[in-house]
Design a binder for this molecule. Sequence first.
Ligand code: SF4
Length: 303
Amino acid sequence: MHIGLIDADSHHFPNLALMKLSAWHKARGDTVEWWSGFSQYDRVYISKVFDETYSPDILEPVNTREIIKGGTGYGLDNRLPDEVEHVYPDYSLYPKLTKETAYGFLTRGCPRACSFCIVAEKEGRASKKVADLSEWWYGQKYIKLLDPNLLACPEHMDLLGKLADSGAWVDFTQGLDVRLTNARNVELIRCIRTKNIHFAWDNPAQDLTEHFQQFKDLSGIKDYRKLGVYVLTNYGDGETPEEKLENALRRINTLRDLGYSPYVMIYDKPHAPRAIRLVQRWCNNRLVFGAEPDFYKFDPKRG
Ligand code: SF4
């Protein structure tokens, strides 16, 4: 078969599903290439991770006998067949992005089911082990882990141990759940080579201060630049603009006082109150944030 591939998102992050489909077809003797308007295909796969807001839909190609669309951008009920899911990805599709880097999941799913997140609905309301590290890491220098909530998996201690033993630089791209850190797993996390670790404090109604304090104490990490925390703002209809601002500043200031680097994310940014957008400008500019700890003294003309 002659297979064409289309990555409908930007090409700044490799599309793991397409890499696996490519490897699976090549192993069967099929020819695989990025789709071109000058070829004729038996099948074209179009993969889209993001929805219309970030990745506009693309026109369907006519130079193929069959089109298969997949990815969360096309809905939550499509997934790779098991025999494709577990093949070693074809890294030659993204030679620059995947140089010395392995991408993959050890677990899927999350028990939290946050209302703004699709993971629980798509992958299940529990974190379950889906692969061994040896399935997709062949000694590369860097590992990009895509797991949504690794620490919620009952086997996470074993998985963390394998990551530590690899000696590779590990990037927990989706962050770690600070509520699930404890003395035992923090000890293992400290044995893993990481440039920085990040968490999230999305829900202002939950007070995570004690969890962040505990992680700081247990890990002994002093450098705030190595500890990032995403702070989701402007989410929830029940809050006034003043409450949204207060909720954002409370989390940001708490995190900074504890020795973390907060990073503001804005839900529905085009409709966010101006004050929230200013908070983002103040907080996410490290030079400005370091120089002026009081948001109310922040001068937007200089930031
Ligand atoms: S904890 Fe993270 S992965 Fe889990 S549902 Fe919430 S946002 Fe999604």
